[in-house]
Design a protein around this ligand. Structure first.
Ligand code: THU
Length: 134
């Protein structure tokens, strides 16, 4: 497996910038582009709870808004005070990623000790896509 140490470190750093006073659950994500650039995101919450945005969607939106369109891997980390469990992207983020990232893109998860990798299409099989609305 590719060494995703740097990508995971970037997700851990981004997590420190989480704005999550309501859940106190801090998430960081980092997205590796084909050109080697890494874009990061953290969850940003709001007193109007439905306006909270997840770390993964922040990272992908930052990348796309800078003109990136080819993606290789995303790392995701989360936890209240420490990172102790694997945190998987929520359903909304899986759908959001599936629009713009390759189906086989690796989602790298880290629980503070071990790393695991899941393909995006393994996390969201049979996704709704633009081919459905042609
Ligand atoms: N969260 C993420 O940032 N990514 C996910 O995939 C799951 C959940 C955030 C949203 C909210 O700010 C906090 O974690 C608790 O749900």
């Amino acid at each position: 497996m590719t060494d995703y140490t740097q990508l995971i470190e970037k997700a851990i750093e981004a997590r420190e910038r989480s704005y999550s006073p309501y859940s106190n659950f801090k998430v960081g994500a980092s997205l590796l582009c084909n050109n080697g650039k890494i874009y990061t995101g953290c969850n940003v919450e709001n007193s109007a709870y439905s306006e909270c945005i997840c770390a993964e969607r922040v990272a992908l939106s930052k990348a796309v808004s800078e003109g990136e369109c080819e993606f290789l891997a995303m790392a995701v980390v989360g936890g209240k005070s420490e990172i102790v469990d694997f945190v998987y992207p929520c359903g909304a983020c899986r759908q959001f990623l599936s629009e713009l990232c390759p189906p086989k893109m690796e989602i790298i998860l880290y629980n503070g000790k071990d790393t695991k990798s899941e393909a995006l299409d393994g996390l969201l099989p049979c996704s709704f896509s633009k081919s459905n609305i042609k």
